[in-house]
Each structure stands twice: as C-alpha cells, then as structure tokens.
Ligand binder design. Structure first.
Ligand code: GAR
Length: 356
C-alpha cells in the first residue's frame, strides 16, 4: 500500500500524547523534500536529536506545484514519504495541503519546531511565530548545509552549474598555507574551489585541515624512504587522482617531494610552488637557516611555476622582509609564514582567472 508511509494527524496526536505522558518530546519540521539530498539528511538527523520522535510534515503535490511551479514535485507525495520513512532519524511523515505549515503545526502542537535550509529565525512569518509562541513551542533553526540544496542538485542535473576552476593542494606538513587557501576558497576570494588535498605523510596536519573544511583528504604513499623522491607508482597515483577530481591547477604548499615527468608535461604551466626565500637564493632544503647563516639583511618568499629543476621555475611573485639580528629560524619562519598566507592565495586567484 503506497500511502502506508503517511500517518494521519490523529495518529500523530496520539503519539504526542504518549510522549507527553512519558516526559518525551515530539519534534516537528516541514518542507517539500522533493529530491532527497545529503543536506536534508544531515538536517533531519540534527532535528531528530532535539527530541524523542521526529515528525516530518510534507507539502501535498498540489501545494508543491503552487509553491515551486508546474514541473514540481519531481517525486509524488507517496514516494517522498517512502524515502523519508526509510531514514532512521524520521519516525512519522504526514501530508499537509496548505502552502503554509501553520495549520499542521497547530494541529500537532509539537514540543519543538525546527526549520532548516535557508531559513533564519527572522524568516519565519509572523503568523507562524505568533502561533509557536502561543503554543509554547521551542523554535530551533538549524544550520544550513553549504552547497547542498534542491536547487543546486537540480542545476547540476540540468548542466547549468557554473563551471568553477578546481585546484589540488599537495603538502607534507602543518598545512598553514593550505588553511589560508581553503579559507580564501570558502570566502569566494580564490575564484575556484579546492577539489582535493593530498599528502605523502599519513598523519600530517594538512590532511586534518582539509577534513575540517570537508574537502577530500588523501594520503598517497610515496613508495620510498628516500628524501624528496616519489616512486613511479606514487607519481601515477597522484596523476590519477588529479584527473579523477578534474583538477585544473596544482598547488604545492610545503610538499617536500619532487614532482617530475610525466606529470610536469600534463600540467605544464599549471603547477605552483611556494618557497620561503627570495629565489634564486637558497633553493632546496632549510632555506630559512641558510639565510640566517649567510647573514643576509633581508629574505622573503617566492611563488613560482614548477619545472624540472629544484625551485628554478618562472617566478610569479616575491615579497621580502627584513632579517633582525636576534632572529632565530623559528621567529623568521613565523614572519615568512605571515606573508606567505597573504600572497599565495592572491597568486592562485590570479592564475585561476587566467585559466577560465
Ligand atoms: C612553507 O613555509 C613553504 O614555503 C615551505 O614549507 C612551508 C609549509 O608550511 N615550502 C618549502 O620549503 C618548499 N621547498 P605549511 O605546511 O604550514 O603551509
């Protein structure tokens, strides 16, 4: 029976009364849930955690049509109810026929009413707010799941999605530069997205940082203990991953192994590196210590294209800073980092703008 996934309002009222008797809480939310996506699933899990039973009120087919146009809903009310009921966090689904949920809220009188997606506390209409206040119902607005919405799913399906340039970050260390780049991408300042972060060090900070931004974080086994090297298999794995993530620009941020052919040709002019010295001074390892040993008055950092040499590719940008008599490797590195975090995202944004 197709409609057995839908409960009646009477059944929900009975459930509420039982919960009340047991000191439990009924949580209600509503929406069209036309195409179920991960944004819905995360939001519903969060909603369920606010009480003991979660009831989802879904718009009837006719009210979805009224709200969203004649091509909707994509799935019928029975199919939508069936999908929602298959989720562990959803206890009951009811249908409501009006455009607004006010009637169903009043009838059910939930302990907690929650809204998600693009709602804010202020965007509940006055009528709904007044009613919820009158019922003494707790109102909870749950966070938006970035980039996961019915409209973004539909625009992906229709092929209208804006093409955004994709970058990969490769690093071996802490990942402070990756963090600056990921923040710039998130704020829109990069003009592209970070599709993947890879590291040759399984427990590196850079992978944790990527996970914190919900970006795929992959460990690639370098295949050798030899400093600075990657086996052919490791290089191939990196190339395969870059391919499968559709990467346009490769960004090395503290990656301590040499990228060589055939990857250089595949990404010709599209691999960037950051180095903490004013190249061509102090290429290779320990450039900050080398600068201090050489007693230079100033040093800095360089962003350059990667070629077959060590830190020898075309320079795209350099910034200098003074070296103080009492500087240590640590203090000088910290000041270099500050400039790196500013200039690397800027150079990447410039390169991406040229690619699209
Ligand atoms: C950065 O200072 C970068 O310039 C350097 O590694 C650090 C990575 O720090 N790169 C090189 O030395 C490359 N030869 P992070 O992991 O905190 O971004």
């Amino acid at each position: 029976m197709a409609d057995s996934f839908l409960s009646t309002i009477e059944e929900i009222k009975t459930l509420r009364a039982q919960l009340e008797g047991d000191g439990g809480k009924l949580v209600l939310t509503n929406g069209a849930f036309d195409i179920l996506h991960v944004g819905h699933v995360r939001y519903l899990k969060e909603a369920a955690a606010l009480g003991d039973r979660l009831v989802v009120a879904i718009n009837s087919d006719e009210s979805v049509r009224e709200l969203k146009g004649s091509g909707r809903p994509i799935n019928s009310v029975f199919e939508r109810a069936e999908m929602l009921r298959a989720l562990e966090c959803v206890d009951r689904v009811v249908e409501f026929r009006e455009r607004r949920a006010t009637g169903v809220i009043e009838a059910i009188n939930p302990h907690v009413y929650t809204k998600g997606g693009d709602y804010t506390a202020d965007s509940l209409i006055d009528e709904e707010k007044d009613l919820l206040d009158r019922l003494g119902c707790e109102i909870r607005i749950l966070s938006l799941v970035p980039g996961k919405s019915t409209s973004s799913t539909l625009s992906k399906l229709s092929g209208n999605e804006e093409k955004r340039a994709k970058i990969a970050i490769l690093g071996s260390g802490k990942g402070s530069n990756a963090q600056a780049i990921l923040s710039a991408a998130e704020s829109g300042a990069l003009g592209g997205e970070v599709a993947v972060v890879m590291s040759d060090v399984a427990d590196s900070g850079i992978l944790d940082i990527a996970r914190g931004f919900d970006v795929p974080a992959l460990f690639v086994d370098p295949g050798t203990q030899k400093a600075g090297q990657l086996t052919d298999a490791a290089l191939k794995e990196i190339g395969d991953r870059l391919n499968s993530y559709g990467v346009d620009l490769v960004v090395l941020a503290g990656f301590m192994r040499v990228i060589r052919e055939p990857l250089l040709s595949v990404f010709q002019g599209r691999i960037l590196n950051l180095h903490p010295s004013l190249l061509p001074e102090f290429p290779g390892l320990n450039p900050v210590a080398k600068a201090l040993d050489a007693n230079v008055r100033e040093t800095g950092c360089t962003v350059h294209l990667v070629d077959a040499g060590i830190d020898s590719g075309k320079i795209l940008r350099q910034e200098s800073l003074p070296v103080y008599p009492d500087d240590s490797v640590e203090s000088l590195t910290a000041r270099i980092h500050e400039i790196e975090h500013q200039i690397y995202p800027e150079v990447i944004a410039g390169q991406l703008a040229k690619l699209v």
